[in-house]
Write a protein that binds this ligand. Sequence first.
Ligand code: NAD
Length: 251
Amino acid sequence: MTDRFRVDGKVAVVTGAASGIGRASAVALANAGATVVCGDLDEAGLQETANQIGGATATLRTDVTKEADVAALVALALDTHGRLDVMANVAGIIVNNRIVDTTEEELDKVLSVNLKGVFFGCKAALAAMTNGGSIINMASAAIDTPAPGLVSYAMSKAAVTMLTRTAAQEGGKAGVRVNAVAPGYVVTPMTKRGGEERAAAVAEQMKRISPIGAVGEPEDIADSVLFLASDASRYMTGQILRPNGGAAMPW
Ligand SMILES: NC(=O)c1ccc[n+]([C@@H]2O[C@H](COP(=O)([O-])OP(=O)(O)OC[C@H]3O[C@@H](n4cnc5c(N)ncnc54)[C@H](O)[C@@H]3O)[C@@H](O)[C@H]2O)c1
């Protein structure tokens, strides 16, 4: 019997692959048998991811806010490997600011990366996946729990879930499944940008909230991405998977 949790022979594109959850996802997909094409703004980070994977992993400097860049990343997968089976839209940024202090530029920036970037990824993948595939969009626990200062981030991620469900409707006939992952807190370069001490304090707080006393590693989220990429999730589309240690339990 084939192991449906493996992704041998599949071609996967991962955005945000130079760091944190995107890098862990690219590595997990490669370890499970996929050929991975990695995109990110950070070329040095992409190279490090390629080194961790080994072999002939293709990388491309990609700004997901630019439709042509995302289309070029998908075209690289098609030109090099002749197919696209998995599209993981992971690139994202966070800005911490209250509504009254948020500038139009900040709002545009967060929506451009977190929402438009995922939209362009869905658009390019839906066009490329004529015979089935899996699109995985990175949302966040912020979709369920409003928090002061996280308005632009939470709005962008909530919108990603509707994009995901709409894309699931539109992709279904071609056998394309579209799901989102909404991780709880994970210590990554993103969450450490506010300082190591603050990151450690938030991690401790998350451990107290989690019934199993857990705080996630990038690899925990990568495993959800891998599951959604694999045929083990073939009965799932239009869903939101919440690897969060039980820190929130929405329906
Ligand atoms: N870390 C967490 O606690 C957490 C929780 C929930 C959701 N997420 C989401 O997971 C994803 C990855 O986050 P992370 O914690 O690994 O962050 P990270 O900062 O470590 O990685 C994000 C990557 O996205 C890239 N990126 C940013 N803007 C880009 C652009 N315009 N084009 C291409 N690449 C761009 C960065 O260069 C970086 O490599 C994000 O979408 C984030 O919102 C993270």
